[in-house]
Write a protein that binds this ligand. Structure first.
Ligand code: ZN
Length: 206
């Protein structure tokens, strides 16, 4: 870890402020120059771990208007997790000192749509795509059981499930949230206007 650890609330405000600049069309592109490049050579202390869907339309540093050394990014289709994802996120929090873990979902998510189609009896996917879809399926089944019909409700349910699952499976994250030294949030991104809406939070006021 290098530099001082920032507070959870400060980290969240940095992230949301960047998203406001992006949506307003007034990005500042901070930390993207040669000075910053040199500054972070000795080490990194990203203020947030971003665990998002791989979708090419939600590139992390662009939609949060940040630069080098700011975000520790882990992305998989449908933000599904396995041991490598958990290890990467834990590294960002426990070794690099990030106080914030953000799960980033979005509307029109192909992974969620594919899981919904599979649950409705569609043809199963092949190869490892099937593995991704199967990891989204519990969220889809839960949303369906709760009577959800809208895409947004499925996305929100999958975000809540992912945040809960992270804390359930990672003792490191659970302890950090419990100690008030980290928060795990779920943000839902809208492709059309670029906004990131808070859907769920664990440890935000800790
Ligand atoms: Zn997606």
């Amino acid at each position: 870890m290098t530099g001082d650890r920032v507070a959870v609330s400060v980290a969240l405000e940095m992230l949301l402020a960047g998203n406001r600049r992006f949506t307003a069309g007034t990005p500042e592109h901070p930390n993207q120059d040669a000075v910053r490049r040199a500054e972070v050579v000795p080490g990194q202390s990203p203020f947030a771990v971003l665990f998002g869907c791989s979708d090419s339309r939600l590139a992390a540093e662009i939609i949060f208007d940040r630069g080098l050394g700011d975000l520790f990014v882990v992305r998989t289709a449908g933000h599904v997790m396995g041991p490598e994802v958990l290890g990467s996120i834990e590294y960002g929090v426990s070794v690099l000192g990030s106080p914030l873990v953000v799960v980033l979902g979005h509307d029109s998510c192909g992974a969620v749509a594919a899981a919904r189609a599979a649950v409705q009896g569609g043809a199963p996917a092949t190869g490892y795509v099937r593995d991704v879809i199967e990891r989204v399926t519990p969220s889809v089944l839960a949303a369906r059981a709760a009577g959800c019909t809208e895409d947004a409700d499925y996305i929100d349910t999958h975000l809540r499930h992912t945040v809960d699952l992270l804390i359930e499976r990672s003792r490191v994250l659970a302890d950090a949230v419990e100690a008030g030294s980290a928060a795990v949030l779920g943000l839902s991104y809208r492709l059309a206007d670029g906004t990131a809406r808070l859907v769920t939070a664990r440890g935000l006021d800790g």
